[in-house]
Ligand binder design. Structure first.
Ligand code: NAI
Length: 308
């Protein structure tokens, strides 16, 4: 199992580290445009192998895609992150060109690769990869919902004063401050609905805190977060690499599912060796359907800014 991570910055390196620590991939190639940067990150990470007890071989490459040849999975984290006060949508101008070029280079050397798009605005970047490559739709996956759901569970655990392992919940919709749809109605604490423990107001607060989860951290850190994003990507990579048939909300190309088409947006999918094995259509309440529809309009507006 060979995994390439393009962009050896904060999220790319964190993702490579979690993949290595989980010890399921034989090789991780980190690639960056900055001279020696990926090589340096790879060497630093390899020096943790004996400490953390993993056998994954991590190598670095300065923009030499021949080193990525025959990758099974590639993660695209290259591009600029947002600074405090910025929206993800504002990154489109620079990141669209980078994502288009990177995906084309990856496919030249790994025609059967499964691509996980992380660069923002992620739903639009995922759509761009669909529009500009010939990869089948199951092999192009956007990562956003897995992170947003982890942030939702963090906020739920906080509100419930419970350990994170006790709570479950999912965020669907677009990966943006206004587009996320945290499914508070379905959130649980050890299979009991969270609404049994929390008032509607408190649950709404959990949802609002979740939606601005990224912006909150960007303000605190001066740039966007990386530990939870890296861990979320590594979960997706592992589900595909190990054919786990695991369910995550991911940005997938919709063709009528949830009444939506011609866009990528976060919905529950099953991940396995073929990438997206299945899009799972769950029964949403009318309010949730409306929120998802509104969210899809926001994503489509951003897609409209693409010059394809
Ligand atoms: P960063 O600035 O730390 O790293 C980005 C790296 O990409 C840099 O090392 C840069 O040299 C490299 N790069 C730029 N152009 C390149 C090219 N053409 N080829 C190869 N490498 C190139 O940024 P960070 O924090 O790692 O974020 C990366 C992206 O991920 C941003 O767009 C950010 O908004 C997004 N992000 C998405 C999340 C999600 O849930 N989908 C969560 C967190 C970040």
């Amino acid at each position: 199992m060979k995994v390439t991570v393009v962009g050896a910055g904060a999220v790319g390196a964190s993702c490579a580290e979690y993949i290595a620590i989980k010890n399921f991939a034989s090789e991780v190639v980190l690639l960056d445009i900055k001279e020696d940067y990926a090589e340096g990150k790879a060497m630093d990470l390899m020096q943790t192998a004996s400490l953390n007890g993993f056998d994954t071989k991590i190598t670095g490459s300065t923009n030499d895609y021949s080193k990525t040849a025959n990758s099974d999975i590639a993660v695209i984290t290259s591009g600029i992150p947002r600074k405090p006060g910025m929206t993800r949508e504002e990154l489109i101008g620079i990141n669209a060109g980078i994502v288009k070029e990177v995906s084309s280079n990856l496919i030249k050397h790994s025609p059967d690769v499964t691509i996980i798009v992380v660069s923002n605005p992620m739903d639009t970047m995922t759509y761009l990869v669909h529009k500009t490559t010939n990869l089948p739709k199951n092999k192009i996956i956007g990562m956003g919902g897995a992170l947003d759901s982890a942030r939702f569970k963090y906020r739920l655990a906080e509100a419930l004063d419970a350990p994170a392992s006790d709570v479950d919940g999912m965020v669907i919709g677009g990966h943006s401050d206004t587009g996320m749809v945290p499914l508070t109605r379905l959130a649980t604490r050890n299979s009991v609905l969270a609404s049994e423990f929390l008032s509607e107001d408190r649950l709404n607060q959990v949802a609002e805190d979740t939606k601005v989860g990224g912006a909150t951290l960007t303000k605190m850190l001066g740039t966007s977060a990386w530990y939870a994003p890296g861990a979320a990507v590594s979960g997706l990579v592992q589900a595909i690499a190990c054919d786990q048939q695991k369910m995550f909300p991911c940005s997938a190309l919709l063709e009528g599912e949830y009444g939506l088409s011609d866009l990528c947006i976060g919905v529950p999918v099953i991940l396995g060796k073929n990438g997206i094995e299945k899009i799972v259509e769950i029964d949403l309440s009318d309010a949730e359907k409306n929120k998802l529809k509104e969210s899809s309009e926001g994503v489509k507006k951003t897609n409209g800014l693409l010059e394809i």
